[in-house]
Design a protein around this ligand. Structure first.
Ligand code: CUA
Length: 145
């Protein structure tokens, strides 16, 4: 009993210290945002695609029950795109099938991931975190032409 309790305390202390020491935050969380003001916070007040001077792109997405904004995106083949995503309500997933883009949209955080779309086609963007009754209808598309 004493051994069990000692181990329990040891594990809890380890988790607590590790969380403080590593400043635990969501993977790829690059910046914070007030989740109650997403609709009025640039650039998320106008979600969508931006072309950068070096020819690459930034795509800003808002994930909320039960849709992605923008729902569709069209980009030229060969484009390097950095996706930024946040959520004003609950945790959503942001996974682009057939790519390595797979992150969480967490209220209060902006997450990002970069992918170069070498192959033309239609890519499916899906929410892979259960977020409520309409979760299965939460998807978007990315057209690479
Ligand atoms: Cu959004 Cu599941």
């Amino acid at each position: 009993m004493i051994f069990g309790l000692t181990m329990l305390v040891a594990f809890l202390v380890t988790i607590f210290v590790a969380a403080l020491a590593d400043n635990v935050n969501p993977p790829s969380g690059s910046q914070t945002i007030d989740p109650t003001k997403v609709a009025s916070t640039p650039p998320f007040d106008h979600p969508g695609l931006r072309r950068l001077p070096d020819g690459s792109y930034e795509a800003y997405y808002v994930a909320q029950v039960f849709q992605f904004t923008p729902s569709t995106l069209t980009i030229p083949a060969g484009s390097k795109v950095t996706f930024y995503v946040t959520s004003p309500d609950v945790v959503h997933g942001f996974e682009i099938a057939k790519t390595d883009v797979n992150m969480m949209a967490v209220p209060g955080w902006v997450n990002n991931a970069t992918h170069t779309f070498d192959k033309p086609g239609t890519y499916l963007l899906v929410c892979n975190e259960y977020c409520g009754i309409g979760h299965q209808n939460m998807y978007g598309t990315i057209e690479v032409k």
